[in-house]
Design a protein around this ligand. Structure first.
Ligand SMILES: Nc1ncnc2c1ncn2[C@@H]1O[C@H](COP(=O)(O)OP(=O)(O)O)[C@@H](O)[C@H]1O
Ligand SMILES: [Mg+2]
Length: 309
């Protein structure tokens, strides 16, 4: 007969009868001493028995170095997540600052252009008119000169009126207030029809007065930029403009069958989109909308916008 115990684990002796083995499945890491004693057929025990020292090493995930390494890498990982977040925020802020800088630059350039136009076209027209009227005043009896000058002044003033309209229009699209957004957008297309050999197919729902005035201007400027990109870059023959008023969203689709472009190449070559598309993205972001650009070289470009109201 045998009895055994694992010192450090068993609290007493375990009788195993004639069984010559013992099984332990859940010994924690540590040092143990395994004792076996036996008895003869008369039931006399040899209490000295045999002993063996057993050292159970911990699995690697329970070792101190593993635990401290895990803790360290956890700290490092959360540190790098934090660092990444900071880097991303810094990058966002830098992009925002660049955008604002560019916006101010563009505004300044626009003012320069308007000042130039006021000076060169309207100023010039008024000067010519003044001189012609003076000529008439100096020759009041020469009805031929008076008549000729008044005629010319009328032409110059007609021209000046057209210029004033164009300049004030480029400063602020007053047509939105006067005609409503939908008609103002139609008028962008009408004006283009006269200058470009492109077939326009438009379907424009009534979206007047469902957005804030600033948002209406954003939509208007976005469509203006899309159209100016089509005229400048696409070489398209046909353009589609669909504006759909849904239950909670306005969806806008602008498609052309022009040369298209490779988005990734454009971004990788220039670092980002041009200022026009960046401006659209920024405007759309501000009115909490979404914008999607699909363009395939040789097959044209489609822009989709979704604006909540
Ligand atoms: N409809 C289009 N068809 C072809 N290329 C386009 C179109 N729209 C934009 N692009 C390309 O994307 C570029 C960036 O456009 P944009 O951001 O408006 O800048 P910009 O018009 O000042 O060049 C353009 O230079 C052009 O290469
Ligand atoms: Mg552009």
């Amino acid at each position: 007969m045998y009895a055994y115990r694992m010192k450090g684990f068993d609290s007493g002796w375990i009788n195993s009868g004639n069984r010559r083995f013992a099984t332990y499945t859940n010994l924690d890491a540590g040092e143990y001493e395994f004792n076996v004693i036996g008895s003869n057929n008369d039931g006399i025990w040899n209490t000295t028995g045999k002993s063996i020292k057993i050292n159970i090493t911990p699995p690697f995930w329970k070792t101190k170095w593993f635990k401290s390494l895990s803790a360290l890498s956890l700290i490092a990982a959360s540190g790098s997540v934090y660092q990444n977040k900071i880097n991303r925020l810094r990058k966002d802020r830098k992009a925002q600052e660049e955008f604002t800088k560019k916006l101010l630059e563009t505004q300044e350039n626009e003012r320069k252009r308007i000042a130039g136009e006021l000076h060169d076209s309207i100023g010039q027209d008024l000067l010519i008119s003044k001189n012609k009227l003076l000529l008439s005043l100096n020759n009041p009896d020469d009805s031929e000169i008076v008549f000729k000058n008044i005629n010319e002044v009328t032409d110059v003033i007609t021209d000046a009126l057209k210029n004033v309209r164009e300049i004030s229009y480029s400063i602020h699209p007053y047509q939105i207030e006067r005609l409503g957004l939908s008609k103002a957008i139609s008028s962008i297309i009408e004006r283009l029809k006269g200058t470009a050999d492109i077939k326009f197919t438009c379907s424009i729902d009534n979206i007047d007065k469902i957005l804030l005035p600033e948002s209406e201007i954003s939509i208007y400027r976005i469509i203006q930029e899309c159209m100016s990109n089509i005229i400048k870059h696409s070489g398209a023959n046909e353009v589609i403009l669909n504006i759909n008023r849904g239950e909670n969203f306005i969806t806008i689709l602008i498609g052309d069958d022009g040369i298209g472009f490779d988005k990734n190449k454009l971004i990788s070559e220039k670092g980002k989109y041009g200022f026009g598309i960046q401006g659209m993205l920024e405007r759309i972001r501000l009115i909490k909308g979404e914008m999607n650009i699909e363009s395939v070289p040789g097959e044209g470009t489609t822009l989709n916008f979704k604006v909540p109201f």
